[in-house]
Design a protein around this ligand. Structure first.
Ligand SMILES: Cc1ncc(COP(=O)(O)O)c(C=O)c1O
Length: 383
């Protein structure tokens, strides 16, 4: 199990921050790199010509390493939504087919398809939140439902943002494939934490940002695109997505063919050499620690939290169905709307999500934080 990494963060001892699923704090090293990079942008004449491309490829490789991909299968994008919109342009959803999504999934893996459904003549098949917390069984039931319309796409988060339910991708991916459907995974609450190997999983698209679990800045996200989808048309028409369009050439449009790999889908204004380096640092840290060690630490913390909250009038998803790093608390009589504020007044941070309290510790949290959380929570929620 990984030891506490608190010393790498700017986190006072009296702060109990358990909202990594909202915003992961940036390590001190990332903040320092950001400051130095801002200085470079202040004096651009001093910048090495290859700086941006070196940093782009460093970030691409770091993202690839987290999910077992090749760098050429990774696209540099600004948000998960950008990735899903790109997939929306690449995939064709046939009329009369259906798209499986999760009830109350985050807007990103869902609304792209919901919005296109009326004109596209296909239906949205929404998997209801399961009463027993077993999202995997519920998704499999929808994917394999006999007599349903042909399945064109399964577009889901691998960990549900609002209840912390974890989906077993290793079971859903082959079922989707067997049904002839494409598979899009929003791995926002997963990449870098639970192990993901795209070579084994073989999704069509897998997308994640850096600003939560990967301890990076806003505006940096990454999309794995399976080779079979790399012949699609990018969302934006850029020079960087083409084989030979260069402002420094004597002929501008020398070769407008798209690049052969996922680099063709890279976003415009990609060369953000301030936040690209910052994104790389968090991803590299997570890769160095490794999934097993990170999951070991975070499941120890969420188990202890569950134990501490265990004899209170609350409901938690069964351990075997929840993500190791997210614990969502349901209040049978409803959560007091001011509970998160009361906790924050005592330096304890968790997020209200759809009537639940989402508690999401990360590598900087320790047993002392858990004890503090339980003590402050008991008082704020029940006294
Ligand atoms: C499951 C999930 N997907 C995506 C996002 C972020 O999407 P985007 O990067 O498009 O803002 C979030 C943010 O909370 C999320 O919880």
């Amino acid at each position: 199990m990984l030891s506490s990494q608190r010393a790498l963060f700017d986190m006072p001892r009296d702060v109990c921050y358990m909202n990594a699923a909202g915003w992961g704090p940036m390590p001190l090293a990332t903040q320092e790199a950001g400051r130095a990079a801002m200085g470079r942008k202040g004096q651009p004449w001093k910048m090495a010509g290859a700086l941006a491309s070196t940093q782009n490829e460093r970030a691409r490789s770091a993202a690839a390493a987290l999910i077992g991909a090749e760098p050429g299968d990774i696209t540099l994008i600004s948000s998960v939504g950008y990735g899903v919109a790109s997939a929306g342009k690449i995939l064709e959803i046939p009329r009369g087919s259906r798209v499986v999504v999760l009830e109350n999934d985050h807007t990103t893996p869902m609304l792209e398809w919901v919005g296109r459904a009326p004109a596209g003549g296909y239906t949205i098949d929404t998997v209801k939140q399961p009463a027993d917390g077993d999202w995997t069984a519920a998704v499999l039931e929808a994917v394999e439902r006999p007599g349903a319309a042909p399945l064109a796409l399964v577009s889901i988060s691998s960990v549900h943002w609002s209840d912390g339910g974890a989906i077993d991708l290793d079971r859903v991916a082959p079922a989707a494939r067997k049904a002839g459907a494409a598979f899009l995974v929003d791995a926002t609450h997963d990449a870098g934490v639970r192990p993901i190997d795209v070579k084994k999983l073989d999704p069509d698209f897998l997308i994640f940002p850096t600003y939560k679990w990967l301890l990076g800045p806003y505006g940096r996200a990454f999309m794995y695109v399976a080779k079979r989808r790399q012949n699609g048309v990018p969302l934006e028409q850029t020079s960087i997505g083409r084989k030979g369009v260069s402002a420094e050439d004597t002929i501008y449009f020398r070769d407008i063919a798209y690049k052969d790999d996922a680099r063709r889908f890279d976003m415009g204004e990609r060369d953000h050499f301030v936040s690209m380096e910052m994104a790389s640092i968090g991803m590299e840290m997570m890769a160095k620690w490794g999934n097993e060690a990170v999951v070991g630490r975070l499941s120890m913390l969420t188990d202890k939290l569950a134990e501490g909250l265990g004899n209170l009038d609350l409901r938690l998803i069964d351990k075997k169905f929840r993500a190791p790093h997210v614990l969502c608390v349901t209040f049978p009589k409803g959560m007091a709307p001011d509970l998160p504020k009361k906790l924050a007044a005592d330096g304890v941070y968790a997020a209200p999500r759809l009537g639940r309290l989402r508690i999401s510790p990360h590598v900087y949290n320790d047993e002392q934080d858990v004890d503090r959380f339980v003590e402050v929570f008991r008082k704020a929620a029940f006294q």
